[in-house]
Ligand binder design. Structure first.
Ligand code: P6P
Length: 330
């Protein structure tokens, strides 16, 4: 038991890390640990398919659209299948809400966890070889095991999450997650098929000088957002916008900064989805010492009403998000 209290060294494998951390929770039954392993495994498979995309022409859109009316890229569909298959086989998950599916998927098993997932966020970037990501949230079901799944099993506030994380398929593939006891990052080594602890106890700098927003929508921003952007420009911040949420988020987590997707004419509630994008990243950022707001309220305290509900998102270094909020509160 003592061993599990020692800070684990860089290079520890994900399996070893999960086992050690599980030992710290005397009531841990291993199901959440296995669920995290299932996600990591699916991430390896998706990573392999993304890396092949340019070669075997699976990157292009397949002509179908997801429930958001967005062109479904082949890899979107493949990633969704892979994660649902891995979680179904694992048995710890009883239901899944996915960006790619209109309704909740009841896996009809005895699992006690519900997953909200964006299997491949930023997929429109695949064709131009820009980093993309998977984002996931884990909740305990609210209905008793054995009872039918209901929507409320997934429509839970972000503060109810038991785990959240993302995979970033970039120059290297990383898994970053939290179970409510800090944030740890693992880098995948494809030649060994292993994730290794590379970023222990990740903490976002309280301040940064990077702001990420699509200024192409400037004309439809509110006065408050425009005033904050003017503050950024006169503060000599740098504008960095990859157009892939996980990539922008990850850079800001490491270096400090703020990512903003405010209401626009096209997306009056913002573009990003509460359940499987904003809540997961909000849990991670707060565990790393940062903050996530809609501009007026803490993301993690919003009561979801619909699976694919969108909310405005200001997320990153705590002082930067609070500074942005001040324009909405003044
Ligand atoms: P826009 C990708 O579609 C995504 O959901 C995020 O990954 C990204 O940050 C955002 O949308 C980009 O949206 O409107 O700036 O192209």
């Amino acid at each position: 038991m003592e061993d599990s209290r020692i800070a684990l060294p860089i290079g520890t494998t994900l399996d070893r890390f999960i086992k050690n951390k599980q030992d710290e929770f005397q009531y841990a039954t291993g199901e959440l640990s296995q669920l995290l392993r299932d996600i990591a495994l699916a991430g390896k498979v998706v990573n392999r398919e993304i890396n092949k995309a340019g070669l075997i022409n699976i990157a292009g859109a397949i002509g179908s659209q997801n429930i958001q009316g967005e062109e479904q890229q082949k890899l979107d569909v493949l990633a969704n299948i892979r994660f649902i298959r891995a979680l179904t086989k694992g048995g710890e998950t009883c239901a899944i809400v996915s960006e790619e599916d209109e309704d909740i998927t009841d896996l009809k098993n005895e699992g006690k966890y519900v997953i909200a997932i964006d299997p491949l966020d930023g997929s429109s970037n695949i064709d131009v070889n820009v980093s993309v990501g998977t984002i996931f949230s884990v909740y305990r079901r609210v209905t008793p095991v054995g009872m039918p799944i209901i929507n409320e099993d997934a429509l839970q506030k972000g503060i109810e999450q038991v785990a959240a994380g993302y995979l970033l398929y970039g120059s290297s593939t990383m898994l970053v997650y939290t179970t409510g006891h800090g944030v740890n990052g693992f880098t995948y080594e494809p030649s060994l098929g292993e994730y290794f602890l590379s970023h222990p106890d990740m903490i976002i700098p309280d301040e940064g000088n990077v702001y990420s927003i699509n200024e192409g929508s400037y004309n439809s921003f509110s006065d408050e957002v425009k005033e904050y952007l003017n503050f950024c420009r006169t503060s000599n911040y740098s504008a960095r916008y990859i157009g892939s949420l996980v990539a922008d988020f990850h850079r800001n987590l490491l270096k400090g900064g703020i990512y903003i997707y405010p209401p626009t004419a096209k997306d009056p509630n913002g573009k990003l989805r509460l359940l499987y994008e904003c809540n997961a990243l909000a849990f991670i950022i707060e565990q790393a010492g940062g903050f996530a707001s809609t501009g007026n309220s803490r993301v993690l305290e919003i009561q979801p009403k619909e699976f694919h509900q969108r909310v405005p998102l200001f997320i990153g270094s705590k002082k930067m998000v609070e500074q942005a909020e001040s324009y909405f509160k003044s």
